[in-house]
Design a protein around this ligand. Structure first.
Ligand code: IPM
Ligand code: MG
Length: 370
């Protein structure tokens, strides 16, 4: 008998619990209809953990996350915690998870579903058929670099400091993930930095280039400055296949890429660590969108980014590509049938609720077994 796969759900704040709730229903469906059972534990992260325990993530939750086969996170933060101490703000919980689990490679695919091409703020022909993957470095750079802090100067002024820092191995391991993934896609990697201004950017470009020559010369590699990449993403996004970039540029470029797809409510992500001897990687999956406090608790949130994050979990953590494909197809079919939450509803369409979208996806899953 093999033990069930151990999942940790961390719904978090705002719309997090609502969207993660829809994934629970899909997990139940997999258990009853496909015989794929998970042991699902659930706990707190973010503001709700601050309220209960005084910290955005407890050591006990960190231990559970380390022991789990995969973690699914909803969202953290909200105006309620705007004034808590910076060190224990809700986002610090998410950052600790990423850092302590060593999840250095963050995969953020931006795919335009045919039914949503009209929903993008860009022209249909610019985004139709778009399928790009941003690989964002997630445990280094300015997010974690030292020194950092706000310091008092002798002249009475204050100084805010953060440090952008990358080592050879940090650059090479995330670039290797990007090259590997490109091989399974259209074979192109665009590496993005600011080598015209930053030494860390020069090192980034050199090391990605070296690794490419050593081990991935079958992949087509280009380099681009980050400001130009931001512009190219709205000018002609289909020129890209895989983009690999640092933590901060990846944060910004992935928000930008999400709007190509019509809504931030559509973008899933996977954050992966290094593979161990058995090939198993630590992994955390989360929608790219935030906690959307303005619509929290109203049943309006789009659960598709979280459902698609769960599909990524099945694919990357459990090698359940068939089931991941089924879920992605069910999402596409629901969208084709015109099912829309408010964020992706065009004029004249009446939006469904969060659970209404969950119903629609489950119905299309059932249809695939019929
Ligand atoms: C993201 C978010 C986070 C980040 C925040 C919530 C800390 O914007 O995952 O993109 O900046 O990484
Ligand atoms: Mg972000």
């Amino acid at each position: 008998m093999t033990a069930n796969k151990k999942l940790l759900f961390l719904p978090g704040d705002g719309i997090g619990p609502e969207v993660v709730g829809q994934v629970r229903r899909i997990a139940e469906w997999l258990a009853s209809r496909r015989g794929i059972a998970f042991d699902i534990d659930e706990d707190l992260v973010g503001g709700c953990s601050i309220d209960r325990h005084g910290v955005p993530v407890t050591d006990a939750v960190m231990e559970k996350a380390l022991a789990a086969d995969a973690v699914l996170l909803g969202a953290v933060g909200g105006p309620k915690w705007d004034n808590v101490d910076f060190a224990i703000r809700p986002e610090a919980g998410l950052l600790r998870l990423r850092k302590d689990l060593e999840l250095f490679a963050n995969l953020r695919p931006a795919i335009v579903f045919p039914a949503l091409a009209e929903q993008s703020t860009l022209k249909r022909e610019v985004v139709e058929g778009l399928d790009i993957l941003i690989v964002r470095e997630l445990t280094g750079g300015v997010y974690f670099g030292e020194p950092r802090g706000i310091f008092d100067l002798p002249n009475g002024e204050r100084k805010g400091v953060n440090t952008q820092v990358y080592t050879t191995s940090e650059i090479r391991r995330v670039a290797a993930v990007a090259f590997d993934l490109a091989r399974k896609r259209r074979g192109k990697v665009c590496s993005v930095e600011k080598m015209n201004v930053m030494e860390s950017g020069r090192l980034w470009r050199e090391e990605v280039g070296k690794l490419h020559q050593e081990s991935f010369s079958d992949v087509e590699l280009t380099h681009m400055l980050a400001d130009n990449c931001a512009m190219q993403l709205v000018r002609n996004p289909k020129q890209f296949d895989v983009i690999v970039t640092d933590n901060l540029f990846g944060d910004m470029l992935s928000d930008e890429a999400s709007m190509l797809t019509g809504s931030l409510g559509m973008l899933p992500s996977a954050s992966l660590g290094a593979a161990d001897a058995s090939g198993r990687r630590r992994a955390l999956y989360e929608p790219v969108h935030g906690s959307a406090p303005d619509i929290a608790g109203q049943g309006k949130a789009n659960p598709l980014a979280t459902i698609l994050s769960f599909a990524m979990m099945l694919r990357y953590s459990f090698d359940l590509g068939t089931e991941a494909d089924m879920i992605e197809k069910a999402v596409a079919d629901a969208l084709d049938a015109g099912v829309r939450t408010g964020d992706i509803a065009g004029p004249g369409t009446s939006p469904v609720s969060t659970s209404g979208m969950g119903d629609a996806v489950l119905e299309r899953l059932d249809a695939q077994l019929a």
